[in-house]
Design a protein around this ligand. Structure first.
Ligand code: ATP
Ligand code: MG
Length: 231
């Protein structure tokens, strides 16, 4: 990482899916260490598309994009996994592996990174307990409820202590008390230095937490100073 560089930096970037008109246009934003942003906008506006660009699942089709100070537009494919390892993602559709238990799903990023199980076993259990799934660690995703799957996905995103957390509707399937708990966890991790972007339709949470809002509408991203950027 280039020292003191923004964690995420787009300049006049655009994203077009195949021959369609641009889904996102003239995108310019910066996210620095320790910053927190909500990402709002109507369904289909491009919130997931933006998070996927940041996660390097899609590259912008024009403009400049730097991640952890590296030129992510022109980085070779084999440089991407190292950048991705610094990002924790809670996907909108969870993406859990059905043949693995909840514990194994959460542990997977550590296992893939070659970490010894003794070093992460406790972290995995602690996170699963924290999200209220201590008693379901051996369950496989097909036997979990939507909200339980979402919480496993959350634990998996956080287990590697990422520098950047991207959460796509992380409270879409849980009750209000659990939403509150999950948001508090993001805020705590943010206080410890992680940069966080949370895409959400939950305006009550956005208003109550008072964090800055990025809003996407009509293919453009705008910055709202406070929680006024309601979709
Ligand atoms: N892989 C893809 N190929 C083509 N079009 C896509 C693809 N992914 C998304 N789109 C289109 O891009 C637009 C933005 O989609 P995106 O999923 O980013 O919206 P969103 O803001 O996350 O919506 P929601 O709130 O419903 O999750 C939509 O019109 C969608 O149909
Ligand atoms: Mg989405």
């Amino acid at each position: 990482m280039v020292k003191d560089a923004p964690i995420v930096e787009f300049e006049s970037a655009g994203l077009a899916y195949e021959d369609a008109p641009e889904t996102l246009s003239d995108l310019s934003m910066r996210l620095r260490e320790g910053e927190f942003r909500f990402l709002c906008g109507p369904s289909g506006a491009g919130k997931t598309s933006l998070l996927k660009m940041i996660y390097l699942a899609h590259r912008p089709t024009r403009g400049r994009f730097r991640l952890f100070g590296e030129d992510a537009m022109n980085a070779p494919r084999d440089a991407l996994p190292a950048l991705r390892r610094r990002i924790g993602v809670v996907f909108q559709e969870f993406r859990l592996l059905d043949h693995l238990t909840a514990f194994e799903n959460v542990a997977l990023p550590m296992k893939v990174a070659g970490v010894n199980q003794n070093q992460y076993r406790e972290d995995v259990s602690e996170l699963l307990n924290w999200v209220g799934l201590g008693h379901r660690m051996d369950a496989r995703p097909p036997t979990l409820s939507g909200g339980e799957k979402q919480r496993v996905a959350l634990a998996r995103a956080l287990v590697s202590k990422p520098d950047l957390i991207l959460a796509d509707e992380p409270t879409g399937n849980v009750d209000p008390a659990m939403s509150e708990r999950i948001m508090k966890l993001f805020i705590e991790l943010n206080k410890l230095g992680a940069a966080v972007i949370v895409a959400t339709h939950d305006l009550h949470l956005v208003q109550r937490l008072g964090k800055p809002v990025l809003r996407i509408a009509d293919g453009r991203l705008s910055h709202a100073a406070g929680p006024g950027g309601a979709p």
